[in-house]
Unconditional design. Structure first.
Length: 393
């Protein structure tokens, strides 16, 4: 056999071997985009069972969360807003009389969730009395320009807007041969091989809208409407908080280097401070203060949260020449604004003050439930009473 024929034969054999992998990953790729029907089914299942689930795609949960919020409105009187840095906040962290739903969403900017808060205030005036509004300064949200954006939280609007367009075929193909997708496919095949009914497991993963129900380690019921994390108990609890089951925690040996890098002049945390000199967007402060005044007349109020950072990071940023003055400015501005407007300010940035540990974080600014439990326990402990406005920390 000539070298040319050998080369062609080798390529042909590789193509034949790779074809099933690519074909299966193309199916998985289409499934992971989600669709309005899957979103509706996932929401209906959680409403009926109070189990753990989410609707694909995993990075766009606005439509699913909006359906869940609308279903939960008759039961709640408080809403937690924010991005994924607020995913760890649970209903159990609030005292009797305050019944929240965690409406935080992946990548949701402050301008958007202030608009969401304004929508709820105008459309559900007698129902929602408490709002938790994170001022995420560490990732720059508090410094972005512009005003709160108008948001429509009607279920039909959210589902229509949440439909993910299908990418061009060449991008699908590149995604299908990427290492993460091949690794996920391998995991699905391994799980199917270990399952008592192998063909049932394969059929469920590739051709059915959802998995069978199963139990999480904590006893919660779960059902997967996505194919990426089947059987991992990944997604949202009934109260809107996230299980974080698909995420890896920081390892203890990583902590020192992470803090050192995150406090450096080229980090996103330092750059968000340097770009604005630590001056918050006044339109965001005005919007939160206005919401607080309205809610206080209804017996509630706004709690502005500065989300926890990994222990040691805020201190390191405060000591650094490139970020110290800007950090001091944003903290001073918010403290003075809180005192002037009477808005509750829960500053959890130095999470070590509340007893948070590095292993209670996924990264520098994603705190887990264990840390948030300590933060809110300290906050309520400092309150004079649930009926009055919270005391600022």
């Amino acid at each position: 056999m000539t070298g040319k024929r050998y080369f062609v034969l080798t390529l042909a054999l590789c193509a034949v071997a790779a074809a099933p992998v690519v074909a299966l990953n193309l199916v998985l790729g289409d499934r992971s985009l989600g669709d309005p029907e899957t979103t509706r089914l996932a929401s209906e299942w959680q409403q009926a069972t109070r189990g753990v689930t989410y609707s694909p795609p995993i990075v766009n949960n606005h439509a699913f969360k909006t359906l869940r919020l609308n279903d939960r409105l008759p039961e709640i009187n408080a809403v937690v807003f924010g991005a994924s840095s607020a995913f760890g906040i649970t209903e159990a962290m609030f005292p009797p009389g305050i019944r929240p739903y965690n409406f935080s969403q992946s990548g949701n900017p402050l301008a958007a969730y202030l608009g969401e808060a304004q929508y709820l205030r105008s459309h559900h005036r007698g129902r929602i009395k408490w709002l938790v509004i994170p001022f995420d300064w560490s990732i720059g949200f508090l410094f972005e320009k512009g005003a709160p954006v108008a948001v429509d939280l009607a279920p039909q609007t959210a589902v229509a807007a949440g439909a993910t367009p299908s990418p061009p075929f060449h991008l699908k193909l590149l995604d299908a041969v990427s290492y993460p997708k091949i690794e996920i496919l391998g995991s699905i095949v391994r799980d199917a091989w270990r399952a008592p009914d192998k063909w049932r497991s394969i059929r469920s993963a590739f051709f059915e809208k959802a998995s069978d129900e199963y139990l999480c380690p904590d006893g919660s019921r779960a059902k997967d409407f996505d194919v990426l994390y089947r059987g991992k108990c990944s997604g949202f609890y009934y109260d809107g908080s996230n299980t974080f089951a698909a995420w890896k925690r920081i390892r203890s040996e990583e902590v020192a280097s992470r803090v050192l890098i995150a406090a450096g002049p080229s980090s996103k945390y330092a750059q968000s401070l340097a770009a604005t000199g630590g001056e918050p967007n006044g339109a965001f402060l005005d919007a939160a203060a206005h919401l607080d005044r309205e809610l206080k007349r209804a017996g509630g109020g706004v709690i502005v949260l500065l989300p926890p950072l990994i222990p040691g990071l805020e201190d390191a940023l405060a000591r650094a020449r490139h970020s110290g003055a800007s950090l001091a400015r944003v903290k001073r501005t918010l403290k003075e604004w809180s005192a002037r407007e009477g808005v509750a300010l829960l500053d959890a940035g130095r999470s070590e003050r509340f007893g948070c540990q590095p292993l209670e974080f996924l990264d520098e600014h994603h705190a887990l439930k264990e840390c948030y439990e300590k933060v809110f326990a300290g906050f309520w402990r400092d309150r004079a009473g649930v009926s009055g406005p919270p005391a600022a920390r």
